[in-house]
Design a protein around this ligand. Structure first.
Ligand code: GCO
Ligand code: MG
Length: 402
């Protein structure tokens, strides 16, 4: 079963998405998400100019061999652009395999390890009262896990403040928005916020929080400790993870569970954190971490060390990535939770899909392959619309992690 054609579809139904479509000689096609927020066209070019020409003529069934061929064969390794491109190819090949065998992808990955996968939604507010109301909205929708973020008084554009109720979108047109950050104000504000949320909702709902890479290890340790009475499901990206040994400091001081990995690309980015038991949840995704094949390896390493998965699932991951994530989540034994930020109705129309949400959980559906398609005619009505993620500065103007 030879691959005869491949193309990259870039569209913007509410936000930008890059989708790879691979076609075989039998006319079966598979899809892969290759969206890298704010750097979309770099991956599109990597695929169109360098990868698709190598795929034409290859056997679509040789998924692992193709992965290794693209990874080792490029000589230059890792990085978000390379790994998102490889991920798209890998995901598209799993889609083709499932369609050919008339089976949903999760059945090819070992079958379901659970009935459905718990997801968490994003509750954002510009005041504590608004965040409480946003959490209530998710609880009313049936969610059993909710991430809570709030604007910080005196901090302009603090991370996580939404635009609209269900569709949080930080990328914007034109030059990047410049946000301002104060660690002092943040550290004073967050523990009482979660105390209020627990007072309001009790302990039956899982609460999560994303620090978005902004603290030092000792600051993160202090926050984790202060949040212990609120029993978070996880504290996400407390510090930037380039220096993984730094997580030892956090671990020595707090039992608040730690989640890291949405910006990781390979198992090598995860190894130290997992092997030293420095984290509890690994957040890599099929789109940015080498596809379903590579995610299986990360999950297997994590399973050895009691680390569970908690894949990134923001709106900048297309429904194709969401479907891939759900097949993965349903099948791996050490699944923890899946992030689920709803796509806009425009996006859902461009990418019709079989996955569904019920009672705070999702299921990928039983359509053959990934169970997601792209309406190319409709996609063509939404041309690429350049947008950037914000850039963050400290109060004195120093550039800080966003
Ligand atoms: C999350 C994330 C996102 C990212 C976004 C960047 O936990 O969902 O941190 O909201 O900021 O994916 O493109
Ligand atoms: Mg995050």
């Amino acid at each position: 079963m030879r691959i005869v054609d491949g193309k990259v579809i870039v569209c913007s139904p509410g936000r930008n998405f890059v989708t790879l479509k691979l076609v075989t000689e039998d006319g079966v096609y598979g899809l892969g998400d290759a969206t890298l927020n704010g750097r979309e066209l770099a991956v599109a070019s990597y695929l169109t100019d360098h990868v698709i020409p190598l795929l034409v003529g290859r056997d679509a069934r040789r998924i692992e061999d193709t992965w290794q061929y693209l990874y080792k064969g490029a000589y230059w390794r890792r990085g978000p652009v390379t790994m998102s491109a490889i991920a798209a190819v890998d995901t598209a090949l799993w889609d083709i395999r499932g369609k050919t065998l008339n089976a949903p992808v999760y059945q090819l990955l070992g079958g379901a390890s659970r009935e459905s996968v718990m997801v968490y939604g994003h509750a954002n507010g510009s005041t504590e009262a608004e965040t409480i109301a946003a959490v209530k909205n998710y609880v009313d929708l049936g969610y059993r896990a909710v991430r809570a973020q709030c604007a910080i008084p005196g901090v302009q554009h603090a991370y996580g403040v939404g635009r609209g109720t269900l569709y949080y979108e930080p990328a914007q047109k034109g030059r990047p928005l410049e946000t301002v950050w104060s660690t002092e104000r943040y550290l004073d504000f967050v523990p009482p916020l979660f105390a209020s949320l627990r007072k309001e909702f009790g302990y039956d709902v899982h609460l999560l929080h994303d620090v978005h890479h902004r603290l030092t290890p000792i600051e993160a340790a202090r926050l984790g400790k202060a949040l212990e009475p609120s029993r978070l499901f996880w504290l996400e990206d407390p510090v930037p993870a380039e220096n993984q040994a730094a997580f030892r400091t956090i671990r020595q001081h707090t039992t608040t569970p730690i989640a890291v990995g949405e910006v990781f690309n390979t198992i090598y980015d995860c190894a130290q954190l997992i092997e030293e038991g420095l984290i509890d949840y690994i957040r890599t995704t099929v789109v940015h971490a080498g596809g379903i094949s590579h995610m299986k390896k990360i999950a297997a390493l994590a399973e050895l060390h009691h680390v569970r998965t908690g894949s990134h699932g923001a709106t900048d991951l297309s429904p194709v990535a969401m479907a891939g994530a759900l097949h993965f989540d349903l099948s791996v034994h050490n699944f923890g939770v899946q992030e689920y930020m709803r796509h806009t109705p425009e996006t859902d129309l461009v990418f019709p899909h079989a996955y569904s949400f019920e009672h705070g959980s999702m299921h990928p559906g039983d359509a053959p392959g990934l169970g997601v398609d792209i309406d190319e005619t409709l996609a063509a009505q939404y041309p690429y619309d350049p947008a950037y993620l914000p850039v963050n500065r400290l109060v004195d103007g120093t550039v800080h992690s966003w």
